[in-house]
Write a protein that binds this ligand. Sequence first.
Ligand SMILES: [Fe+2]
Length: 396
Amino acid sequence: MAVPLAVFLVVSVATLALAAEIRASSRGRFLEVARSGFERAAEISAEGLSAGYFQWDELRDLAVAGRLDAANALLADLDDGFRYALSGRIEAGTPPPVPWLFSASGTALTARFPVRDSAGGTPLANLVGVVRLDAERMLAEAAPGGEVALVESGGRAFAFGLSARVTHLPLQALDILLSILIGIAVAAPVGMAARRHARFFYESKGLETIIFLFEQSDRFSAHHSRNVGALALFIGRQVGLRGRRLRDLYSAALLHDIGKISVPTDLLQKPRSLDAGETETVREHPVAGARILDNFWELAHLRDFVLRHHERSDGSGYPGGLAGDEIPVESRIIAVADVFEALTGERPYRSRIELAEAFSIMRAECLDRDLVDLLEARISEYPTFQLPRWARASRA
Ligand SMILES: [Fe+2]
């Protein structure tokens, strides 16, 4: 499952990166909107402060007279008229060359003003009006969603030298969840396709390898198995099996006698009847076949079909003595195909048997009666039956 896991990780990480990029872009937009509102509020406040206080003849005259305490007393109610002003005073200093100048220190914002008369004349030298502004309040009103906050350090450049960061990320957890879900949604079909591909590959290649080995040990049985495979497929189609079930039936039919690998070849090819001990040895091949398939995870699901192909409808078969519907339909089909092929094909110990006699023997052997009837009714179509492409591909 390495491929789907890799797909899941790549897609999830890529989606998360995309979400992060979108969030970063959103943060940038939040910051731009907040900055614009903040700067506008600050400029309007400064303009009002400049006109209202620092171009005020009374204040200027007190300052010129050196009565800074009295001048500053005039600034005591500054916060009443200007919602963003915290405090203001006149102090010694170089007046800015512009009507107002902002400066920041940490999260504090200060505006400096030249002190002039009401006509806006030449500013007083060596005196400056200083007003502390409530930057937090200005920001809260400029960005009421609370997405942007001023920070001492580590944030992005904001306005007038202040730093800020976007702190409110309402969809962050959802971003991660969505990324995982998208990763799963993309990886799951890939995983299923990869598993299907792997299973088909191992089935076809595994079959080829096993049949090749089978042929090396017993060419006759291998030839028989191929014929049984085609015949089982023919019957399986007639009874309505489709897709995966038909493939499994075909694979199981090809492998139904694989357990004969464990039976001595000279016993299998003996041109006369077997004695009791020899018969017992040969009758072990379904169990041996199931045991072999158990060792191939991609073929192990076929083990019961192979194990039961010598069971009979009346319970007289082996190895379990199962009867009727206790026997998987796949095994019953394989049994019909197996006996039919054995009877109508050449054997070392006898010649082929005619069709009518073959079907009569099959009924006497307690094979599935319906399947025997069906095969007899349709056997004339079999010589022109074409294996599907997938079945031809899996033949060695
Ligand atoms: Fe068999």
